[in-house]
Design a protein around this ligand. Structure first.
Ligand code: ASP
Length: 153
């Protein structure tokens, strides 16, 4: 089993009239405990949309995303004036700090966030490399973006 034993799909949208929307769907983690609830079905953790500010969704180890109320945190950072990119970076940094505080093993963990704000700016950040997201804008070819990460491996 490697750390990519999960499969959340998250999508954030902004329409021509400035309406934001978001969805996510997942089967959860492979070999999960019976009854486990990950971050994806919990609004604020795996997904959060504030129609006046922006939207965010998460992938990776849901327990860690829940711990920091990750997607809400990303949107809150945008509300404070950070760009979607900065907001994702700050949320991943917070997760990393929580690991350090608990002296918990981080080696099997991956987390990623994507974000979109009311102005149509996008951002994404991950704990580890290997995460990509797609951006589709009207009239332009869809773009696959390599996501930067806090850790280098
Ligand atoms: N976030 C999901 C969970 O913890 C896993 C995934 O990213 O697919 O259930």
């Amino acid at each position: 089993m490697n750390i990519e034993n999960h499969d959340t799909i998250g999508q954030l949208s902004l329409d021509e009239e400035g309406r934001l929307a978001g969805i996510c769907t997942t089967s959860g983690m492979a070999f999960k405990m019976r009854g486990r609830v990950g971050d994806s079905p919990i609004i604020g953790a795996g997904l959060y949309v504030d129609g006046a500010i922006g939207a965010a969704t998460a992938t990776g180890h849901g327990e860690e995303v829940i711990r920091v109320v990750g997607s809400y945190r990303v949107v809150s950072e945008m509300e404070r004036g950070f760009s979607p990119q900065e907001a994702c970076e700050r949320a991943v940094q917070k997760i990393y700090e929580f690991f350090e505080r608990r002296s918990a093993g981080i080696q099997d963990t991956q987390i990623g966030f994507i974000a979109l704000d009311k102005r149509g700016r996008t951002g994404a950040y991950a704990l580890r490399p290997g995460f990509q997201y797609a951006v589709a804008r009207k009239g332009l070819a869809p773009e696959l973006v390599d996501v930067q990460s806090l850790l280098k491996s």
